[in-house]
Design a protein around this ligand. Structure first.
Ligand code: FAD
Length: 263
């Protein structure tokens, strides 16, 4: 992990409110270990932006990194104004990686909202290794999608308002895809309600799954403790903070579905 001054190569809107940025980051790339890892981006040196913004790595190509981000608040709005040739102060790579996708399972990759970045990264990695995965990407509306709904090639888009792909959340599509496959393993990233629904489904159906958690996060290095999440099935000890909670930045963001609680 290091802090690097990264030169912006590309920063463009690829769908409604969804942006893709590519920058040069040879130092960070040299420590990169795979899909799941993320960065902490400093947006401005002013007091109003003291906390870096976490962003998943969506692709690594030679010495360049791509992120895909959704306009959410002031920080991500400011990011859209970053110009090609400009410099961003970036800390990374941080966090752990998805694992087990090269095993005997059929990887079912599910991304919802801003959670699509690490999932697309894993999808590309599966393609590079000629592993046939299924991809399910959910959004509120068709404007937020930038891929084609292509079920014959295992790519399923969903929209809450039914304007593109399968109507509804990612859950009905996930259930259908899992029912059609002998040995599924689910890899997912998205908003907490989506991860909670997914966790209930995979545990009930005994499907192995890894969930990447995008909790609120400050420093990204374990100092601020802002990204704590509850662990499941721990033998609670009144004095033991570490047994009951996990820091997403240090232990995650990728967890086995049976490991964490979203309640
Ligand atoms: C590990 C990880 C990976 C992420 N990857 C991506 C990604 O690839 N693409 C993407 O669009 N977004 C991603 N996010 C969410 C993204 O970090 C937030 O949307 C962003 O920080 C919002 O900043 P803002 O200034 O626009 O919003 P504001 O609401 O102004 O932010 C205020 C503060 O709240 C925190 N915050 C607000 N919303 C979130 C959230 N949903 N998750 C975590 N912190 C939040 C921010 O850190 C910030 O400090 C990721 C979050 C985490 C934890």
């Amino acid at each position: 992990m290091l802090i690097e001054q990264c030169k912006i190569i590309r920063n463009e809107e690829i769908a409604g409110g969804i942006w893709e940025m590519e920058f040069s980051a040879p130092g960070i790339v040299s420590y990169y270990t795979g899909p799941g890892q993320f960065l902490e981006i400093l947006l401005d040196n002013k007091w109003s932006f003291t906390v870096r913004r976490p962003m998943s790595i969506a692709n690594v190509e030679e010495k360049r990194i791509t992120i895909i981000y959704k306009i959410f608040g002031r920080g991500t709005t400011l990011l859209t104004e970053s110009k090609v040739g400009g410099i961003l102060d970036i800390l990374g790579p941080l966090g752990n990686v998805f694992s087990g996708w090269q095993g005997n399972y059929v990887p079912i990759l599910v991304g919802g909202g801003v959670g699509l970045a690490p999932i697309l990264n894993l999808f590309r990695e599966c393609q590079k290794h000629q592993i046939h995965s299924k991809l399910i990407i959910g959004a509120k509306t068709g404007r937020e999608h930038f891929m084609d709904h292509d079920p014959s090639n295992g790519i399923f888009l969903t929209t809450d308002d039914g304007t593109l792909g399968n109507p509804g959340t990612v859950m009905p599509s996930l259930k259908k895809v899992c029912a059609d496959i002998d040995n599924p393993m689910v890899f997912a990233c998205g908003p907490l309600p989506m991860l909670k629904g997914m966790q209930d489904f995979v545990i009930q159906n005994k499907i192995p799954a890894q969930l990447s958690v995008e909790s609120y996060m400050g420093c990204g290095t374990g100092l601020c403790q802002g990204c704590a999440i509850k662990r499941r099935n721990v033998k609670e000890k009144a004095h033991s903070y570490h047994e009951r909670y996990s820091l997403v930045c240090m232990d995650g963001p990728v967890y086995s579905a049976s490991e964490v609680s979203f309640d």
